[in-house]
Design a protein around this ligand. Structure first.
Ligand code: HEM
Length: 511
């Protein structure tokens, strides 16, 4: 039996504490009203992120809803739980954040704890300030056309393996076809292993796919993985308290071992290879006079492996999907590739491949409809003022979350009529010049634009060209239409997978 005075105290404590908790939870919900910025009403505890928290919708979908609700506003306020954030709607404002006033918004909002994630902490995406600037200047030259061109023979070898794999794994009889995203992932992990690290990943032959599995342990859809992601992203101090890391410890050790083994092998045997790792090794040599260490080189080799495989495989999977759904475009592309081969003695040289107009348009349109990163989250790094075309101005404080709603811009009928229609013709000369600047951001923009953009374009274009030449890509009863986004993943991903059939072409059999 609880004494009466204790019962009384419990009641008093509850009466006193509940309003305090309520006050704490709603304290910031005045933030945008006080600043005269339009906003979408927040919900207790969740702000505007209830559906994200419940894993019903992704951040990019929720941002698209807010974008649509407050049509006509250059920027609008929202809350990520209790944290106020700005959603930038107007392309001019996008330019301000990503280019004109870059120094006020230069950091990405995703952070990693270098103690928990030493390898990932080297990834330029997570680095800030002067350190990022120095790192970027060391790495940028490694992605020029001049550095990519010598990789072509290596890459062509991986394309041949992809064709072999499709011949064996995708017999025309399979009624549902194969899951194209996984095939694309096998291809990009293999490509990156060869071009970045100079090693064979055996992704097409090894059913376990050790290297692939390790990359998947860092980035993949899934309920529990997404819970971890939300803690690390939204509540980083709780993540540190729980000792959570983006990259599991054994994965970190695995990558460290394969890269250092390869570095040691080259050193001991005086081996020089024409790949990205070699560039990093050369940069880390003392006589270079650059403040770049072997630990940096190790971190950046792993950056290439993780950044270079998943985003490109998403793009390739969706490009195959769109070609399957648009056989006329597929046939036109096939003829374009055949003509380029014909004009180059049966080969597809680097310049010819990169300049194929329809191939480029197919890639651009795929990235418009299915950009892997559909919302970019930045942090204000220096107090500044945003001033919209409507005259509304807002002082943005350091630490404020700023979101660029890539999905909403890419799918806005004001910028792309019939936005959900796959129409490579939007990117044809004469049309592309009419598109509104800063509404197309698959690789980001400004000084932080994707470092691996050219490599990504090259590896996706190669796989598209090689596969359409030899295969008819077809839909099956299991092919999704429309695609439903998997809500347990922060990157673009079709729920249930992209099922397609790759039928070997008769003419290509007899060649
Ligand atoms: C289709 C494939 C790819 C897409 C759609 C993509 C997209 C992006 C986006 C949206 C960003 C953020 C840009 C910004 O903040 O403005 C980014 C950054 C980055 N990407 Fe990619 N990416 C792709 C492939 C690659 C590849 C192959 C690499 C290879 C190394 C790579 C390396 C990076 C790095 C290192 C950054 C951070 C750059 C920085 O903060 O300075 N990406 N990427």
């Amino acid at each position: 039996m609880i004494p009466e005075w204790v019962q009384f105290n419990w009641l008093t404590i509850c009466i006193a504490v509940i309003p305090l908790i309520y006050l704490y939870l709603t304290w910031n919900y005045n933030y945008w009203k006080k600043r005269n910025v339009a906003f979408v009403k927040p919900q207790l505890i969740f702000g505007n992120y209830k559906e994200v928290f419940l894993q019903k919708r992704t951040v990019s979908e929720v941002m698209e809803d807010i974008y649509k609700k407050l049509d006509g506003k250059p920027f609008v306020g929202f809350w990520r739980f209790r944290t106020p954030g700005i959603l930038v709607r107007d392309p001019e404002m996008v330019k301000t954040v990503m280019v004109k006033d870059f120094h006020s918004f230069q950091d990405n909002a995703l952070i990693v704890d270098p103690k928990m994630d030493p390898l990932l902490a080297k990834n330029p995406f997570f680095v800030s300030g002067e350190k990022w600037k120095n790192m970027r200047s060391v790495l940028s030259p490694s992605f020029t056309s001049g550095k990519l061109k010598p990789l072509l023979p290596l890459m062509e070898g991986v394309c041949e393996e992809l064709l072999e794999y499709l011949r064996a794994a995708a017999p025309a009889s399979a009624p549902d076809g194969i899951e194209a995203s996984l095939t694309a992932f096998k291809y990009t992990v293999e490509m990156v292993a060869r071009c970045a690290l100079g090693i064979k990943g055996n992704n097409f032959t090894d059913s376990e796919g050790h290297l692939r599995t390790m990359v998947r342990r860092i980035v993949s859809p899934g309920f529990w993985k997404n819970i971890e992601f939300m803690i690390l992203n939204f509540l980083p101090s709780m993540g540190s308290f729980l000792h959570l890391s983006w990259m599991p410890r054994d994965v970190d050790l695995f990558f460290t071992k394969i890269v250092t083994d390869e570095m040691d092998y080259r050193k001991k045997n005086n081996v020089i290879r024409p790949d990205y790792l070699q560039y990093l090794i050369n940069m880390s040599k003392k006589e270079n006079g650059v403040a770049y260490t072997e630990a940096d080189a190790l971190g950046h080799a792993v950056t290439f492996l993780t950044e270079g495989s998943e985003t490109s495989s998403i793009t390739l999977g969706f490009a195959w999907y769109e070609l399957a759904r648009h056989p006329a475009v597929q046939e036109e592309l096939r003829q374009e590739v055949a003509a380029a081969r014909g004009a180059n003695g049966g080969r597809l040289p680097f310049e010819a491949l990169m300049e194929l107009p329809l191939l480029d348009q197919v890639l651009q349109e795929t990235l418009r409809l299915h950009a892997p990163l559909m919302a970019m989250e930045k942090t204000c790094t220096r107090a500044t003022e945003l001033r919209g075309a409507d005259g509304v101005a807002c002082r943005v404080e350091p630490g404020t979350l700023v979101v660029i709603p890539v999905r909403a811009l890419h799918h806005d009928p004001a910028f792309y009529p019939e936005p959900l229609r796959f129409d490579p013709g939007r990117w044809a000369p004469g049309n592309r010049e009419r598109l509104v600047k800063y509404t197309y951001l698959p690789f980001g923009e400004g000084p932080r634009i994707c470092l691996g953009m050219r490599f990504a374009q090259l590896q996706v274009k190669l796989a598209l060209a090689y596969v359409v030449e030899k295969f008819d890509i077809k839909t099956t009863p299991k092919t999704p239409n429309p695609v439903v986004q998997d809500p347990t993943y922060f990157l673009t991903c079709a729920k249930g997978g992209l099922w397609l059939r790759f039928e070997e072409r008769k003419s290509s059999n007899s060649e």
